[in-house]
Design a protein around this ligand. Structure first.
Ligand code: GLN
Length: 187
């Protein structure tokens, strides 16, 4: 089993570290050919507009959409969630259009409004999970068939639809491996 991490920008190495800590191999995905090697993909946090441009330049956008619609598990953290969303508030365009949610970018404010929470997400673990929010988005509309996995301050911050998982927060920036374990269980 091999997990790809979209490797243009953002928290790439931290995700690779967590996947390898679970004895699974991880590769950096930058070009269309890389897609044929992987069984699942993580889209890390970073800057969604920058990563969106790289998806265009690299010609990865359409082949990636196809792989996702064929059922390849994909997990977007923070900017990754924005790239997977069907709608982005205030923008005409979306990127991968894979999960029927609307997201609000920088929904909690700027960098200094970053925060941590500890909550139990029953589907993922029966222990409290540390959640780190950095210029995080949240979900402002959840499609009918999309599962709400977690709410913080009355806003949805983790959701799932079939093979697609999205989180506003960054499990890769904590020592906890439960979210990565959960993603591997989707494969
Ligand atoms: N605010 C960033 C964006 O809009 C996301 C921040 C993050 O990934 N930590 O893309």
């Amino acid at each position: 089993m091999k997990i790809g991490v979209l490797a243009f920008q953002g928290g790439i190495e931290e995700h690779i570290h967590h996947i390898e800590a679970l004895n699974c191999s991880a590769i950096r995905v930058k070009k269309v050919l890389d897609l044929s090697e992987i069984d699942g993909l993580i889209i890390p946090g970073g800057e969604s507009t920058t990563m969106g441009k790289f998806l265009d330049f690299s010609k990865l956008l359409e082949p990636l959409k196809t792989k996702i619609s064929e059922g390849m598990p994909v997990w977007g953290t923070c900017a990754g969630m924005i790239l997977l969303a069907k709608d982005i508030e205030g923008l005409e365009k979306s990127y991968l259009n894979a999960i029927d949610i609307t997201v609000r970018r920088n929904a909690y404010g700027s960098q200094i409004d970053s925060f941590r929470e500890e909550v139990i997400i029953p589907k993922v673990s029966n222990k409290k999970l540390p959640l780190v929010f950095i210029r995080a988005p949240f979900v402002t509309r959840l499609g009918k068939e999309v599962k709400n996995l977690c709410e913080i301050k009355n806003n949805v911050v983790a959701a799932e639809y079939k093979n697609i998982l999205v989180t506003s927060f960054h499990p890769e920036l904590t020592d906890n491996l439960d979210f990565h374990k959960y993603f591997l269980s989707m494969l």
